[in-house]
Write a protein that binds this ligand. Sequence first.
Ligand code: GLY
Ligand code: MN
Ligand code: MN
Length: 440
Amino acid sequence: MRAISARWRKLLAHRRQTLMQAAGDGAILILPAAPERIRSRDTYYPYRQDSDFWYLTGCAEPEAVLVLVPGRRHGESILFCRERDPEREGWDGPRLGPEGAVAALGLDDAYPITDIDEILPGLLEGRRRVYYPLGRDAEFDLKLIGWLNRVRAQARQGAQPPQEFLALGHLLDEMRLFKSAEEIALMQKAVDISVQAHRAAMRAARPGIREYELQAELEYVFRRHGAQPAYPCIVGAGANACILHYGANSARARAGALVLIDAGAEYAGYAADITRTFPVSGRFTRAQRALHDLVGRAQAAALAQAQPGRPFSAMHEAAVHTLADGLLALGLLRGRLQDVIANGDYQRYYRHKTGHWLGLDVHDAGEYRIDGASRLLEPGMVVTIEPGLYIPVDDATVAPEWRGLGIRIEDDVLITRDGPRVLSAALERSADEIEALMGR
Ligand code: GLY
Ligand code: MN
Ligand code: MN
């Protein structure tokens, strides 16, 4: 595990302080680490820490619980974690241990996880509100109920059990939505690695190549930079590009086909999420280029709305307007623009939304609507802008040259006071840029 710098320790402590302030005195906040998950029999999935837990602790270990007790005199930030164990560490790698955790993560106190049943009821007692991500980890939910019932059982002896239970996410998601300069730097790094990976895949493309060979190119670049996929790489050749979360990645890319790659690195916990669509042979056909240009125009229209003070939904509306207009111009849809938008005809070819928050999770935390209305964009938010068009392979209403084309262009955008900053701007995007890259 990489040592955490003094600067990050301070940043983590600051996050915990901010959260405790929002929760207020009388609250207790409880957050378990992600459980380990079995992949098959006795093999586990590679461990990925819970994003909230990572955000507040910087601790990558399983079997740990963060407890924040605002105003507690003997320490507000408490971690329960595994004890040092030379025998187990010889198998699984080093552990912080409670003493190490206090020093490394800047906590007030830490205890062995095996003592949590003894200690947690005492921390709950006298606290009015419990903030906890209920329903995320059913096994832990039951443990918490057990600790609560232990306090309730003592009520006649004067113990005061908590009365209110609140979603921790309500406070935490709001914090995670706004990225600090330090987080932006890590996200830029995740994006930069992803840009290199997409270029490597485009350069490796040739007719007949398997989708998984292109996936290997991407993941090689990720791993070489200490990153990993933030989500399973989508590499869809030909009509596979129309399957939005295509994951088989096993087909061959035939000459003349487009390949859609949606892949992003996760670096230090932060995700990139980038899509490019390119011709496996290095040259777009006329129809492919027309559709690619249209998606590009839709992305530009959405990007123009990525301004502080504009509603989140304005990006989608701008993309839909441009796509619908273009589909009519190309003869892929018939009718009047306002009807095609109002009655949802365009959804035949554009089935998803134009973006989402991006951060520690690829579909990051944060509300999209407030009091029933689309949320206004603010500096520090990071969004994806990812319009696409997907013409079903069996769509007999369009000429054969359009059938089975799937195109998406996805970039990662920071909202700043001065407008959008496209973190992934370096990656070739237009048909001309892509052809030039692939021709080199
Ligand atoms: N890669 C998932 C998405 O684009 O939302
Ligand atoms: Mn996305
Ligand atoms: Mn994506």
